[in-house]
Design a binder for this molecule. Structure first.
Ligand code: HEM
Length: 380
């Protein structure tokens, strides 16, 4: 094997998971063409995720709150955002998410080919997030167009295009933040206004910090939720026997099934770190200052932890790292889990069958994105 693997471990048109499954047993740490060290094993990914001393999260030249921060600074900002993502804070939005899901389910045409990622997942994600944040419904088409372009830019690997798309998103965010800051006490009473009034160590959040926080909550996560919906619907269409079980199951059981489907096909592929000193991991010596990728998707399929990867929601739950681990573990886990559960339960209650289209099989995404680019389905 050469030291450098092609194109961020992706081989065009190939399921990235098959590739990392093949590499992992013999090559637990590989380097991609960008020179990044990619950790493929569960034990190594977990070890790096919880070792914030040797694996720093300060990987970007852009401000990333809180994901690009380390140590005390990370803790201070993380505390601010956790308040908005706690059980108590999210519970009031359950009826809102249910309403969004029911409305979408009634709008979806029956007997026609739909794409589970763009027509169901993306639309649900944008509407649910707008309702949660108090953003106007008029932003929906702009956000959907942005998500499509963001995916295309990420797939292309064109850095200028990606920077341009990132800037477009910041403009959308500034269009909701600036009027709220200007309106003072007359600003609408919603989550975005509350966030605009937050302080850290007695200082109000700056506009760039606010934009960064909201970018994290929307830009990345809208795409993740849409991709997760695509993976869930593809799995259910391939395993129709699950439909009956899911309709009878408790909320907790449905959530366990969702987490297990996402473990096997985790569309949120990786996060980056940079080493702060020389590190020996997975049998390799990585120098100080090296870029490292924690490949959650590969780790979640590691045969040393999950055996032959049998579908087993209960047995595999404890080791599942779809939402990461350690100090940077996803604070949006509960929100994402509830949104996904509500979307799925509502869809299943409103249809008799979800069928794949034999002449248009689901199309995989390419690295660095996982899951499916499109999942054509017919609902009846
Ligand atoms: C749909 C599924 C989602 C998946 C699979 C996912 C996964 C992850 C993972 C693996 C991390 C760890 C990153 C790292 O260690 O560097 C993370 C971090 C994060 N996620 Fe999520 N996430 C999802 C949805 C959400 C949602 C809905 C929100 C908020 C609205 C959110 C907010 C965040 C934030 C703020 C961080 C950074 C935390 C920190 O650095 O302390 N995520 N997510």
């Amino acid at each position: 094997m050469t030291d450098h693997m092609p194109d961020d471990l992706s081989a065009a048109g190939r399921d990235l998971r098959a590739y990392t499954d093949e590499l992992r047993p013999k090559h637990p740490v590989v380097r991609n063409t960008k020179g990044e060290w990619v950790l493929l094993r569960h034990a190594d990914v977990l070890a790096a995720a919880v070792d914030n001393e040797r694996f720093s999260s300060q990987v970007s030249r852009y401000l990333q709150v809180p994901n690009g921060l380390d140590g005390e600074e990370h803790t201070r900002y993380r505390k601010v955002i956790e308040q908005y993502l706690s059980r108590a804070a999210i519970e009031p939005f359950i009826p809102v998410f249910k309403r969004v899901a029911s409305q979408l389910a009634t709008e979806l045409p029956k007997g026609e080919v739909l794409d589970a990622v763009s027509d169901i997942g993306a639309v649900f994600a944008v509407r649910a997030q707008c309702a949660w944040l108090g953003w106007p419904a008029e932003l929906e088409p702009r956000l959907l167009a942005w998500m499509g372009e963001n995916h295309a830019a990420t797939r292309s690997g064109d850095h200028n295009w990606m920077a341009d798309v990132a800037e477009q998103f910041d403009e959308i965010i500034r269009s909701v933040v600036q009027p709220r800051r200007a309106a003072g006490d007359n600003a609408p009473d919603d989550l975005t206004t509350k966030l605009c009034r937050e302080t850290v160590d007695g200082h109000p959040l700056t506009e760039s910090e606010l934009v960064s926080i909201l970018r994290n909550w929307t830009g990345g996560d809208l795409g993740s939720i849409a991709l997760c919906v695509g993976v869930l619907i593809a799995h259910i269409a391939k395993h129709p026997e699950l439909v009956g079980q899911l309709c009878e199951a408790s909320d907790a059981e449905v959530e366990a099934v969702i987490n297990e489907i996402l473990r096997i096909d985790n569309p949120f592929v990786s996060n980056r770190r940079v080493t702060t000193c020389p590190v020996h991991i997975g049998g390799r010596d990585i120098p100080s200052g090296a870029k490292v990728k924690l490949n959650w998707t590969s780790a979640n399929r590691d045969e040393n932890v999950f055996g032959n990867n049998q579908f087993d929601p209960q047995a595999n739950a404890a080791a599942n790292i779809v939402y990461g681990a350690g100090k940077h573990v996803c604070p949006g886990r509960l929100l994402a889990t509830w949104e996904l559960r509500i979307a799925l339960q509502t869809l299943l209650a409103s249809v008799q069958t979800i069928e794949l289209v034999p002449e248009r099989p689901p199309e995989r995404e390419v690295a660095p994105v996982g899951g499916y680019h499109s999942v054509p389905v017919v609902l009846t």
